[in-house]
Design a protein around this ligand. Structure first.
Ligand code: ADP
Ligand code: MG
Length: 225
């Protein structure tokens, strides 16, 4: 007998496995964090530095677990009707401080503001990840443009355009692979999660990039699923 999985079934299984593992690690991690804090209170001043490192490492594990839980989220969805602008503005508001600190201005252009049916929490996660990547790619300051272009029979399309470091074709090809990251503190799980969510919504996620010039991420969603 033969059995095979298609791509979306495989993604879904990986997502469930990731979420299961992440969930199981979370509880013991919480008690480790708690007991470490207790010991820290009684520890001498020379060991302070080690506790700082331990705390940073605990936070790092937590970040990875949260992103892994995000990977599996598409399986318990609720569908609501919402304006595209509401989702985009939510994501931008969350990241505004980070942008301002790097002298980045985020500009929105809504040629149209259609209502879409989606799990808004999941689509918010996608925009947060994509705009965050844009901010992280820009060390010289500048502008990020988020524009919703005219919807057509295929659905809506939103572009996130940055003036950041850009990517080579080889980097572009690896983008959505799990754990692919060029950042010191990156997890490399963000875009894999985004792609998973967009496919689950029967939408798409495309990238165009030029090294040293910037990147354009194109997100597409059907108006009705
Ligand atoms: P992470 O942000 O944790 O590294 P992601 O999955 O979000 O993981 O992104 C994977 C990699 O793709 C990043 O490390 C970076 O190299 C590249 N990347 C993503 N978005 C951009 C962008 N807007 N500009 C340049 N590189 C990008
Ligand atoms: Mg990211």
């Amino acid at each position: 007998a033969q059995s095979s999985l298609n791509r979306s079934e495989a993604l879904s299984m990986i997502g469930q496995l990731a979420a299961g593992v992440a969930h199981e690690i979370r509880n013991p991690l919480t008690s480790l964090k708690g007991f470490t804090k207790l010991i820290e209170l009684k520890a001498n001043i020379e060991s302070k530095h080690y506790f700082e490192i331990m705390n940073d490492e605990f936070n790092r594990i937590e970040l990875i677990l949260n992103e892994m839980l995000g990977v599996a989220k598409p399986h318990n969805d609720r569908v609501i009707k919402t304006e595209v602008s509401a989702i985009i503005e939510y994501a931008i508001a969350l990241l505004q401080t980070q942008a301002v600190m790097k002298s980045i201005e985020i500009v929105t252009e809504f040629i149209d503001n259609p209502v879409i049916e989606c799990d808004d929490n999941q689509i918010k996660q996608v925009f947060i990840n994509v705009v965050k990547n844009a901010i992280e790619a820009m060390d010289q300051g500048g502008q990020i443009t988020v524009r919703a272009v005219q919807p057509n029979e295929d659905g809506i399309q939103v572009e996130v355009i940055d003036q950041g470091e850009g990517m080579t074709p080889a980097q572009l090809a690896k983008l959505t692979e799990p754990f692919y990251s060029t950042k010191e503190k990156g997890t490399g799980l963000g875009l894999m999660m985004c792609l998973n969510i967009m496919e689950h919504h029967k939408g798409f996620l495309k990238f165009e990039s030029e090294l040293g010039k910037g990147t354009r991420v194109i997100l597409g969603l059907p108006v009705r699923q």
